[in-house]
Each structure stands twice: as structure tokens, then as C-alpha cells.
Design a protein around this ligand. Structure first.
Ligand SMILES: [Zn+2]
Length: 234
């Protein structure tokens, strides 16, 4: 599978269905959930999540770079950026490994019923094990194990838009070290706070890899965005 950077569009991603996450509904039987309190349900699950951004070059309103070519550094103001926080599925269901925006990770997605949305998780009891598939009790395919009922791989995402400042991290031929990126983020936050004063926690930063114009290592960019507080609380 080719390396994926920007350019994916709303409803598909490498041929995989993308669904905007709005609401989760638990179908647990109330009595079972009270008496069947074993560890299986309560083990923490870890997911592969990645924040990707998309914007049109016409929305870059101002851009600056250093004249000195030996120190690559520049930044630009983008009036409208769409941010998508994509959940690629559980980290330990790692068969389908491929690279998105320079991050090679397992991306097995979620397997669920296309009619009722029931996730095909590990079965918990004998009642569930009588059929291959899991469905909500009121699903029209309940008790029907037709493979056509199942979406094999679906990614979930949340989305919001903001204006943003994109900053190219100074780099060498070996790329940029992770510690330099984190240190730069902290320094920038402190600088904004010193310059403007007050609480700057509504302004967030995201480190992002960008494809190099040549064959070199990925460029590292830092995205400063407003509405951060709205994003983390939504
Ligand atoms: Zn169903």
C-alpha cells in the first residue's frame, strides 16, 4: 500500500470506510452488567489514534521563511484547517500495518454490523456464542450469520476546523529529533504566555510529519491552533 499523506477525502481512506463518531450506545443487559463483573470488560483498551489535517493552499494567507538557505525555517498562517482525529482500531489487533503521514502502525479498524452497529467483540457468554455474529436484540439480522451483514474494517473520526499557524521545524539531513520537537513546543507555549499574558491553554500544538519534497526524511511541522479547549472537551 502506498504511503498516505494528505489528500484523503471525507468518506474513504485507503479504500476504507470512515465514519464520523457522534454517539456510542451500550447494549449490555442491565442484570448481566451487575452480576457478571469479570475482568474481561474492564481491561483497558488502547487504540491507534492519529490527528491529521487538511487544508487548501488558497487558505494560506501569510507565509515567511528565513533567507539563509542553510537554516531551513519558516511559518505560515492558514485561515481554515480541518482537523480529523482518526481512531484506527485497537493497537493489539495489529495485522493490517501500513504508514499514514510517516507513522507506520497497525490499522485494523472496527468490525461491526452494518445494520445495528454492534461491534464484533470477543463473546462473553454461552448465549452470545450460539451465533458467529453479534447483533443488537432488535437488529433485523439478529440470529443471521450472513457475512454480508458485517463491515470488516471501519475507522472512526472526530472533526473540527480552526485557523492555524504551521511552523517548519529546523532540520538536518538526519531529520529532527523528537526531543527537539517537544522542547520547541514547550518554548513556544512559554513565549506566547510571556508575550500575551494570561491563560494560553486554549491554544494547542500538534507535531506533524510532512512528506519531504525530495527523498529526504519527513519534514517535521508544528501546528498551533485555536479552539483547543473546545476540541479536548467535545
Ligand atoms: Zn446487527
Amino acid at each position: 500500500m502506498p504511503e498516505l499523506w494528505r489528500g484523503y477525502v471525507g468518506q474513504s481512506f485507503a479504500g476504507t470506510l470512515l465514519l464520523r463518531f457522534k454517539q456510542a450506545i451500550a447494549h449490555n443487559n442491565d442484570v448481566d452488567s451487575r452480576i457478571d463483573d469479570r475482568a474481561e470488560d474492564r481491561e483497558p483498551k488502547f487504540f491507534v489514534r492519529q490527528m491529521l489535517l487538511d487544508f487548501d493552499s488558497k487558505d494560506v494567507k501569510e507565509a515567511y521563511k528565513l533567507k539563509a538557505s542553510e537554516v531551513p525555517f519558516g511559518f505560515e498562517f492558514i485561515q481554515h484547517v480541518t482537523f480529523r482525529d482518526i481512531n484506527f482500531g485497537e493497537i493489539d489487533k495489529g495485522d493490517d500495518v501500513y504508514s499514514v503521514a510517516g507513522e507506520k502502525k497497525p490499522r485494523s479498524g472496527f468490525k461491526l454490523c452494518r445494520h445495528c452497529g454492534q461491534v464484533q467483540r470477543t463473546k462473553r457468554n454461552e448465549w452470545e456464542r450460539q451465533y458467529d455474529q453479534l447483533h443488537a436484540k432488535d437488529c433485523k439480522q439478529y440470529g443471521n450469520d450472513d457475512p454480508a451483514n458485517i463491515v470488516e474494517c471501519l475507522y472512526l473520526y472526530r472533526e473540527f476546523a480552526s485557523e492555524a499557524l504551521r511552523i517548519l521545524m529546523p532540520y538536518t539531513s538526519a531529520g529532527v529529533e523528537e526531543t527537539s520537537v517537544v522542547s520547541f513546543m514547550a518554548a513556544l507555549r512559554l513565549g506566547v504566555q510571556e508575550r500575551f499574558g494570561g491563560d494560553v491553554s486554549h491554544v494547542g500544538s500538534i507535531a506533524q510529519k510532512e512528506k519531504s519534497p525530495g527523498d529526504g526524511p519527513p519534514l517535521r511541522c508544528l501546528i498551533r491552533l485555536r479552539s483547543w479547549r473546545h476540541w479536548v472537551s467535545s
